[in-house]
Design a protein around this ligand. Structure first.
Ligand code: G1P
Length: 304
């Protein structure tokens, strides 16, 4: 039996400058994809994979997240009084029992590896998950649950990967793959944001990880890597060098949207709206209209 993974770290200290001015006074994790904040999708995915304890690594300006995951007795009372039971059920998903959600501040923006390290005393000597909420994954079986299956079988460190175009590899952690068996990749190395033309493969890491305590120990060294930051990828690379075979890539089934970028966010909104029974017919009809000729869209574009 493997040690069960029930704790997840959500590194959410970033300023979200790509979404200014919206993020001037709200955390980017509260930005909505249709009607749910980005962070809610990440929490849903974590819960579906058996995660029970949540660690948010935050920074100044993120306090709206604490309110979001708290109860709101007034609102609940109003909804109960007016018989809005479906909305009450939606609100339930935003509640976390006291003691199961812990906030820790990252006092300096020193990189993703440093953000994870900030949670070391809370995680203790146990394996843990990491979810980057910017990466929204739409999948029949949620991505983290797919990774848990791989973890059950092989143990060790499991990271989610996807194929990207060669010219995109410099934006990701990239695996040096020696063997591929079904959805499992066996890497011999991993490199953070390789310079164009130097990537060892086009198997890129996305923001989902199941990690062993050894990774925290490597992060203790606080070595600075790509972009002058302390990189999680470098800690994983060290572990792979120390213990060959201890890292597995999981080619998850599903589509990942990069909601850290405006285009990615828009694509996620379109994809999720089209999958929603309450929206899809009206929205599909809207999208099917040729904006160049439809008078309604032309008027909108002209600001009328
Ligand atoms: C981080 C990781 C990178 C990974 C990416 C996935 O980079 O450092 O290895 O491929 O997330 O989204 P970031 O996008 O935060 O620069």
């Amino acid at each position: 039996m493997r040690a069960r993974i029930t704790t997840a770290i959500f590194p959410i200290a970033g300023l979200g400058t790509r979404f200014l001015p919206a993020t001037k006074c709200i955390p980017k994790e509260i930005l909505t994809v249709v009607d749910r904040p980005l962070i809610q999708y990440a929490m849903d995915e974590a819960r579906a994979a058996g995660i029970r304890d949540f660690i948010f690594v935050t920074a100044r300006g993120k306090s709206a997240l604490e309110d979001y995951f708290d109860t709101n007795p007034n609102l609940e009372h109003q909804l109960r009084k007016t018989g809005k039971t479906d909305l009450l059920a939606d609100l339930k998903e935003t509640n976390v029992d006291s003691g199961h959600l812990v906030y820790v501040r990252q006092h300096q923006a020193l990189g993703l590896g440093h953000a994870i390290w900030c949670a070391r005393r809370i995680v203790g000597d146990k394996p843990f998950a990491v979810i980057l909420p910017d990466d929204l994954v739409v999948a029949e079986t949620p991505c983290l649950a797919q990774m848990m299956e791989v973890y059950e079988e092989f143990g060790g460190n499991v990271i989610a990967t996807m194929e990207v175009a060669p010219e995109k590899t410099s934006s990701y952690g990239v695996l040096d793959v020696v063997e591929t068996i079904g959805r499992v990749l066996r890497p011999t190395g991993i490199v953070e944001k390789p310079a164009p033309g130097t990537a060892p493969s086009n198997q890129a890491v996305i923001g989902r990880y199941l990690l062993t305590p050894a990774i925290m120990r490597h992060l203790n060294a606080k070595s600075v890597g790509a972009g002058g930051e302390i990189q999680l990828t470098d800690a994983i690379a060290l572990e792979l060098a120390r213990k060959p075979g201890s890292v597995i890539g999981c080619r998850f089934d599903g589509v990942r949207y990069d909601c850290g970028s405006k285009a990615g966010m828009l694509k996620a909104i379109v994809a999720i709206a089209l999958s929603r029974p309450d929206l899809r017919d009206e929205f599909r009809e809207f999208l099917a209209t040729d904006p160049a000729t439809a008078p309604q869209h032309a008027a909108l574009a002209a600001g009328e």
